[in-house]
Design a protein around this ligand. Structure first.
Ligand code: ACM
Ligand code: ZN
Length: 372
């Protein structure tokens, strides 16, 4: 997983990351292309999104990543359609699938800065978990649904993979409960609350994509009352519970519980110059390696776990050099954990082999962090 919304890494950095992924037998790139800090995805029908949603001003707020860039505006930075096709082809040549993510209906501050008329309340929007305000689409407004549809149609035009990530995480539903349009929508459809409204939207997007031969993957908030869109894949991030619940429903999952797989968390090395978020949790190499992806899943349901991933969230990562520092060597552990049966995993042996492997990475000019 690459978070290309917070900083913009650009296609050369993404290609170098794909080379390193192939080197470690990682065969799916989850490409997070939109979020509160930047919209990087080109939509021919809606050119304003990438044009006006891909830059942000320097901020005096110390909590903001923007403060770590030079003063002035950061951006505009977005991919062209040709860039996307080039990255997808480059990945395919290395046997890597690319699964794009458009994160809606929350984490959408950049789209809503461009289209403030699609907020429930342009003024007085509540703060979202990442500190952003005004980052949730009004789902009572038909124009929000039209825009979301247009964006996912563009995704289908550019990405050949069967699976599309439709987001769905950390949606602040306070506005929906108070908004006349959202309340009318909930009443009309018999939806009992904001959670049900989100579930309706995700099912609606899944149905649109199904018509185009696609399946969706969504963050684990997509599960409501033991239900998720038909044939969907659950990305289990708040813990393993999403994957466990998916297996019980006969749905596939991708495991990325934050405590074992989020590389914006502190890698606990000596004198680390990296900057980590305020919500960080210790995640040294040995803990990445100690993760057991199938824990808690009955033997007959383990077939539903498609695999797993490390998430390189980059609110506090400014460029490719910093990305590499947080990603390696921990991604080596992720690769080994997900490709190796539990009985064959041995941290002491991995640690010994990593001495040599780290020197391979540094010889390739990868900014690999020390092992501890
Ligand atoms: C997430 O970390 N908000 C999926
Ligand atoms: Zn609304």
């Amino acid at each position: 997983h690459i978070d290309d919304s917070r900083p913009f890494f650009g296609k050369a950095a993404v290609k170098r990351t794909l080379d390193l992924m192939a080197f470690h037998k990682m065969n799916v790139l989850h490409w997070h292309l939109t979020d509160d800090e930047g919209w990087r995805f080109p939509v021919a029908k809606r050119p304003e999104l990438a044009r006006d949603g891909s830059s942000r001003p320097h901020s005096a707020n110390q909590k903001d990543l923007a403060d770590r860039f030079e003063g002035g505006t950061y951006g505009p930075f977005a991919y062209s359609e040709a860039d996307i096709r080039e990255v997808v082809a480059y990945a395919a040549a290395r046997h890597i699938r690319v699964i794009p993510e458009i994160d809606v209906p929350g984490h959408s501050k950049t789209a809503l800065k461009v289209h403030p008329e699609l907020l429930c309340f342009p003024k007085g929007s509540p703060e979202a978990p990442q500190g952003a305000v005004a980052n949730v689409f009004c789902l009572g407004n038909d124009e929000s649904l039209k825009l979301i549809d247009d964006v996912f149609e563009a995704v289908c035009d550019l990405f050949p993979d069967e699976i599309v990530h439709i987001g769905g995480d950390e949606v602040n539903k306070v506005n929906w409960e108070a908004c006349p349009k959202c309340r009318a929508r909930m009443k009309e459809l018999g939806l009992k609350d904001g959670k049900a409204l989100q579930s309706w939207q995700m099912n609606r997007t899944a149905a649109l994509l199904a018509k185009k031969g696609k399946r969706v993957i969504g963050w684990d908030e997509m599960i409501l009352d033991g239900q998720a869109p038909e044939k969907s894949v659950v990305m289990s991030w708040r813990g393993a519970e999403g994957g466990i619940a998916a297996a019980k429903m006969g749905l596939e999952s991708v495991m990325t519980p934050h405590t074992a797989c989020y590389f914006d968390y502190d890698q606990c090395i000596k004198d680390d110059p990296a900057v980590y978020p305020w919500f960080t949790h210790p995640l040294p190499l040995k803990d990445v390696y100690a993760y057991e992806p199938l824990a808690g899943i009955p033997a007959d349901q383990q077939k539903y776990v498609l695999g797993g991933q490390c998430c390189n969230w980059s609110e506090y990562t400014c460029d490719e050099t910093e990305l590499q520092w947080k990603m390696w060597p921990r991604a080596c552990a992720t690769a080994e954990v997900f490709w190796t049966p539990a009985a064959k995993r041995d941290f002491a042996d991995f640690r010994r082999r990593m001495e040599t492997h780290r020197s391979r990475l540094t010889a390739l000019h990868v900014n690999c962090a020390p092992l501890e």
